[in-house]
Design a protein around this ligand. Structure first.
Ligand code: 0O2
Length: 204
């Protein structure tokens, strides 16, 4: 049975997504608490803003097909990015600091880290991706729910948002010249990030 397709009613999909929504709330609260503590104790708030989303049913299906997973509940449970958070930080050093503080929590299980800052993608994409699992208590017991967290600077986010619209997954046909220019923009953003970090450190 194709469980996602057969869930014809929004309420059924909501039921399926309830633990993922709960996991987003839990991780968002953790991040906000980290930021608040730093603000009070260090007079510095590294998180610029936090966005979150639950993957759409169409996107869940597309990814299950692309990954060759069975299109059923078990297949869906193998996806790690149904619950997603994007943490936008002010400076590059904040990214690793936030990631370190988050995985220090006893109830956070670190599953995977992809460092697209140290090793940017060929197109210039930069971000730190973390997959963690957090416990979500249900009346039937505890579920360990995966959450994908993308942590990036304002500049990295600016580039990724525009590139997502312009070129990601072949959104529009992009020739070699466009790819080169997008990559150059990403590199310029990265240079700006380094310089802003230096300025911040010199002033503080
Ligand atoms: P959308 O539309 O943003 O939801 P993996 O499971 O690690 O084997 P996956 O999930 O493709 O493979 O992981 P990856 O490459 O780490 O990318 C996950 C997400 O990062 C993507 O989600 C994008 O949000 C973002 N991302 C990755 N590469 C790029 C890129 O080149 N440009 C932009 N703008 N964003 C990128 P989705 O589900 O692919 O897409």
């Amino acid at each position: 049975k194709n469980i996602v397709n057969n869930y014809q009613y929004q309420s059924d999909f909501d039921l399926l997504m309830q633990p993922y929504k709960a996991a987003i709330k839990i991780v968002k609260t953790k991040l906000e608490i980290i930021d608040e503590e730093l603000k009070l104790k260090c007079q510095y708030s590294p998180i610029h803003n936090i966005q979150s989303r639950i993957k759409s049913p169409a996107s869940i299906l597309e990814k299950m097909k692309r990954k060759g997973l069975k299109q059923n509940y078990q297949g869906m449970c193998q996806l790690n990015d149904i619950a997603g958070l994007r943490v936008i930080c002010n400076y590059i050093n904040d990214i690793h600091y936030i990631a370190q503080l988050l995985v220090l929590h006893d109830d956070v299980i670190k599953m995977k880290q992809s460092n697209y800052i140290q090793y940017p993608k060929k197109n210039g994409y930069r971000s730190l991706h973390l997959i963690i699992k957090v416990p979500v208590y249900q009346k039937s017991g505890v579920l360990f729910v995966p959450v994908e967290i993308q942590i990036r600077t304002i500049a990295m986010d600016c580039w990724a948002s525009l590139e997502h619209e312009l070129a990601y997954k072949g959104a529009k046909e992009t020739n070699g010249d466009i790819k080169k220019r997008l990559k150059r923009c990403a590199d310029l953003m990265a240079e700006t990030d380094m310089e802003m970090q230096k300025i911040y450190m010199e002033l503080n």
